[in-house]
Design a protein. Structure first.
Length: 115
């Protein structure tokens, strides 16, 4: 099983980016999928998660600016990030709880918000 994240990059404050994470390999079902981020010298924190039924949960710091979604047919989770701020700069990691394997992580994709 592999999680492949993409979409990171350099963007100016106030700009937008869209992250994608596709799950491939053999598994029965993808339950909760989500995004976490880790800034240099800090712990990895939750950004947003989405259940297989579409229920979502966001960190307070991104509410109203970020939107998580998923395409179950493509086993892909997305993170639309709008009105980006410098404090959003971090490595972003996707995660999925897969049956029967449990939680799996993708590689990080770097997001830098700077003028």
């Amino acid at each position: 099983v592999q999680l492949q994240a993409s979409g990171g990059g350099l963007v100016q404050p106030g700009g937008s980016l869209r992250l994608s994470c596709a799950v491939s390999g053999s598994f029965l079902h993808a339950n909760t999928m989500g995004w976490y981020r880790q800034a240099p010298g800090k712990q990895r924190d939750l950004v947003a998660v989405i259940t297989s039924g579409g229920s979502t949960n966001y960190a307070d710091s991104v509410k109203g600016r970020f939107t998580i979604s998923r395409d179950n047919a493509k086993n892909t989770v997305y993170l639309q990030m709008n009105r980006l701020k410098s404090e959003d700069t971090a490595d972003y990691y996707c995660s999925a709880v897969l049956l029967p394997w449990g939680r799996r992580w993708g590689q990080g994709t770097q997001v830098t918000v700077s003028s």
